[in-house]
Each structure stands twice: as structure tokens, then as C-alpha cells.
Design a protein around this ligand. Structure first.
Ligand code: R5P
Length: 294
């Protein structure tokens, strides 16, 4: 059985050549999709910039009440004007988030783990397509554990979601899950992101890494970068900048926004990088100016 060591290093990602997107649609790899799929993807990726700022608050599906997310009913109204997409569970959205924000919705549909487990990789499908449509989800998010014991479970769940999503015109967001024993290398992320895209996900979420531009080049659908553990704001903005420079189509930040002392200023600074090509220094200066007014 082949393993990572046996996979020969690819030689040429043609980094100088943009992806040959079919037609003029602004989302990578979506040119052949149906109207409804492309409308939902346009609710996620801004047609003017092709990019997105997702605010992730779906951590509760396996972490319970996470620091900074204690009161979603108070947090989301403050942040909604500063982001493009709300990424949450159906329970959080229905109980704590007004449907009047007119933002994209990335609905967490997989579940099955909790912080009490050592192995988080055995997830299952929790939300069916009917409820995703009822929630007017613009994509369905599935955690995919490539290389973990639960790999087959998560690929099975991903495939069920892609099948249902293709049937009803709802895109799938495949989330690269990185267990504590997994390597956060470009080799791993190239493998995981490509598998998820090959299995039909329309968007892939992963983490920033060295040679990230090669990870992006080898993935035929847009990559959105998760923020990961809380960093000092400048480091988080630097990671966001490098991810966008590396070809990401946006950020999906949670802890680096909701655990910041200045969540709105952080979300706005990330948005400046994602949609207005701010440099790290411009974004940092913007963040400092904004937080001083709060
Ligand atoms: C959590 O498990 C989800 O996958 C989050 O949506 C994702 O990790 C982004 O959140 P953070 O920026 O806090 O990592």
C-alpha cells in the first residue's frame, strides 16, 4: 500500500499559470455547475473579488461552550456586518442568530466527536439535505480526517453530502481535519485537499503551510484557510496575508476573531486583506487605528 514516503514529489505545479476556470464564473472549478449551485457559491465568494471572509463559530459541535462563544446571541450581531459568511451549526443558528443578517451560511452538517474523545475522527452525518435547504444553507461543511482511524467514516459522510448537495444544488465544503498526531506539512495538505476535491467538494478548507501556493495549485476548487489556535493579532493577520498571497480564496477564522479583544477590528482587518489587497503593514495599521476607536 502506497504511503506518503512513496509518493514521488510532484515536479511542476505551473505556478505561473492561473487555473483555467471554465467560462467567466468567479469560483474556481465551478464553471460546469448548475445555476443554483453557482448562486449559492456567489453568496459565499464575493463576485467582485472572488474571495470570502467566513466567521467560524461551529466549534460548539464538539467543544461545547468555547471561550469567546459563550453568548452567540450577543456576539453574532456585533460581527455580522464585518464578515461575509456565518459558519455555524443548525442549533446555534436557529437559537441565537437572526435570519435577517443576509449573510452566506456555511452549515456544519457532520458531528460525532467531542472533546472527551482522544480520537475525533469518527464523525457521521448529522444534518440531512432537507434541513440544510430549510436553513437556506449556501454550503454544507463536513470534517474529513484523511489518514486517521475514522478516514473511511468521514469520506463516507463527505460522499453522502456531495451526493445530496448535487441532487439539490447545495455546495459542499470539505474541511481538512488535522488530528494532534497529523503532520501540518504541504505534503499532507496536498494529499488531503486533493482527495476532498476529487470526491466532489466544491470548497476545501485547510490550514496555511510552507509551499502553500503548491497546495492551492494542485486543488481544483477554492481553498479557504482556517485560522487555527489563537495567535497574537499581528501574527494572525500575517498568516491571512500570506494565505491570500499564496492563492487562497479567503479565510475562515474563528478563534482569531472571537478570542481577540477586538473581534470587529480583527474581522475588518482580515476583510481588508481578503477583499482590498491590504499588505500586512496596512492591515496591522488599520487594526490598531480601528481598535483605538472602540
Ligand atoms: C472547528 O472545528 C471548525 O472546523 C472551524 O470552523 C475551523 O477550525 C475554523 O475555526 P478556527 O479559526 O478557530 O480554527
Amino acid at each position: 500500500m502506497a504511503d506518503l514516503d512513496e509518493i514521488k514529489a510532484e515536479k511542476d505545479y505551473h505556478l505561473d499559470k492561473p487555473f483555467t476556470t471554465v467560462g467567466d464564473f468567479h469560483v474556481k472549478g465551478a464553471g460546469n455547475l448548475d445555476w443554483g449551485m453557482r448562486k449559492r457559491l456567489s453568496n459565499i465568494f464575493n463576485p467582485k473579488t472572488g474571495n470570502t471572509v467566513m466567521f467560524a463559530f461551529d466549534h460548539g459541535y464538539f467543544m461545547g461552550s468555547v471561550s469567546g462563544l459563550e453568548r452567540l446571541d450577543l456576539l453574532i450581531p456585533r460581527l455580522a456586518p464585518h464578515i461575509d459568511v456565518l459558519m455555524g451549526t443548525r442549533g446555534a443558528l436557529r437559537t441565537s442568530v437572526s435570519p435577517s443578517f443576509r449573510k452566506g451560511v456555511a452549515l456544519r452538517v457532520s458531528s460525532g466527536s467531542s472533546m472527551l474523545n482522544d480520537d475525533l475522527s469518527h464523525e457521521t452525518l448529522a444534518v440531512d439535505i432537507e434541513d440544510a435547504i430549510r436553513m437556506d444553507a449556501d454550503c454544507m461543511a463536513v470534517q474529513v480526517f484523511i489518514g486517521a482511524d475514522g478516514q473511511k467514516d468521514s469520506i463516507d459522510t463527505l460522499s453522502k453530502v456531495v451526493n445530496a448537495g448535487n441532487r439539490y444544488g447545495v455546495p459542499t465544503l470539505g474541511v481538512v481535519a488535522v488530528g494532534k498526531d497529523m503532520e501540518r506539512t504541504d505534503r499532507y495538505f496536498k494529499l488531503a485537499t486533493r482527495i476532498i476535491a476529487e470526491l466532489g467538494a466544491n470548497i476545501v478548507k485547510t490550514y496555511y503551510c510552507d509551499r502553500f501556493e503548491e497546495v492551492v495549485a494542485a486543488c481544483p476548487v477554492p481553498i479557504v484557510v482556517a485560522g487555527g489556535k489563537k495567535l497574537p493579532e499581528k501574527e494572525a493577520l500575517d498568516m491571512a496575508f500570506k494565505a491570500m498571497q499564496g492563492g487562497a480564496s479567503g479565510l475562515d477564522m474563528g478563534r482569531n476573531i472571537f478570542q481577540s479583544r477586538y473581534p470587529q477590528a480583527m474581522a475588518d482587518a482580515v476583510s481588508k486583506i481578503v477583499h482590498e489587497n491590504f499588505t500586512i503593514n496596512e492591515a496591522w495599521e488599520f487594526f490598531e487605528d480601528t481598535r483605538s476607536c472602540l
